[in-house]
Design a protein around this ligand. Structure first.
Ligand code: GLN
Length: 303
């Protein structure tokens, strides 16, 4: 079976789903998205891009942005970030405050909300919010080879108006001196990053560097991309990270907009989108599609 046929079958299977999961209702602008949507794109080592479903529909990348914020921090600032944030799975929800108190304000990893607030703060050090946001956008544009990537300001405003849990996390981090900037500034930048909208085609292309595909724009050293992928594998799906690794054998990073970016090192960069979420806040049908894709192709970092 060709990859194009396999992806078409995944699209058909998605549309036959009895349960698409529930959209992220805590962000008003995402609450009104129709869950019964699906797209998948695969960028391959030979430079080709194969897609099925609504691969040209833009969606809110949300926490998938956390990979690119960390990539920017590691590229420009470097390893000093690890003094402020850990590299262990949290085993808790993406927006949990629980461990922050036990661990004196040092978030477990950069892919939970508290950790991403710290990486965003680091990105902001010595620069204006607009510059920090441009850095992430520019990284995505260069990585994907597509300038047409923007922020959905309605989604950012929607989260800014209702993001009480993130506001609590930022204030809590500040109380432990683990934010350099004022919480409002960090939160505003963080919400805008999360509100970047992309298609699965653009996201799969943007992930080529992390997957180490030949021909991808060289934005990350081999060491950095391996480390990003290791964190995606261990922490990319919050308290569902073990389940995702078990089912797919691949590093992935999800977002509550229903997107997942998956790296198949040296082979492919995959982006899937379906807005309905499972109990962990990860795309339900998207995870199922990656599981089938990994099974049918034999793609796995475990050989
Ligand atoms: N912007 C969302 C939040 O901060 C991102 C969470 C996610 O995608 N898991 O709650």
């Amino acid at each position: 079976m060709t990859l194009a046929t396999l992806l078409s079958r995944l699209d058909a299977k998605a549309h036959a789903a009895a349960d698409w999961g529930a959209v992220a209702a805590y962000i008003p602008q995402l609450a009104c998205v129709n869950p019964a949507q699906f797209a998948i794109s695969v960028a391959l080592a030979d430079g080709s891009l194969v897609s099925a479903g609504q691969a040209k529909t833009r969606f809110s990348i949300q926490s998938v942005s956390k990979v690119f914020t960390l990539a920017c921090v590691l590229s420009r600032i470097g390893e000093s970030i690890w003094a402020r944030v850990g590299r262990e799975p949290s085993g808790d929800r993406f927006d949990s405050i629980l461990l922050l108190e036990q661990e004196q304000g040092r978030p477990r990893n950069p892919f939970i909300n508290a950790g991403a607030l710290v990486t965003t703060d680091e990105l902001l050090a010595g620069r204006a919010p607009r510059e920090a946001l441009s850095e992430v956008l520019e990284f995505l544009r260069v990585a994907s080879g597509d300038d047409d990537i923007h922020i959905d300001s309605a989604v950012a405003a929607s989260e800014q108006a209702t993001g009480y849990r993130n506001i609590a996390l930022a204030n809590y981090l500040k109380s432990y001196d683990n934010l350099i900037n004022e919480p409002d500034l960090v939160l505003g930048t963080y919400f805008h990053q999360c509100a970047i909208e992309m298609t699965t085609e653009q996201l799969a292309l943007a992930g080529r560097g992390i997957a180490g595909l030949p021909g991808a724009p060289l934005l990350l050293s081999a060491r950095k991309r391996r480390r990003l992928a290791a964190l995606m594998m261990t922490c990319g799906h919050y308290d569902g990270s073990g389940d995702f690794a078990f089912r797919t054998g691949l590093p992935g990073k999800s977002g509550v907009g229903g997107g997942i970016l998956v790296a198949v090192p040296g082979v492919a960069s995959v982006a899937v989108w379906s807005p309905g979420l499972n109990a962990w806040g990860n795309s339900k049908v998207g995870t199922e599609a990656i599981e089938t894709l990994a099974h049918k192709t034999g793609w796995s970092v475990f050989g």
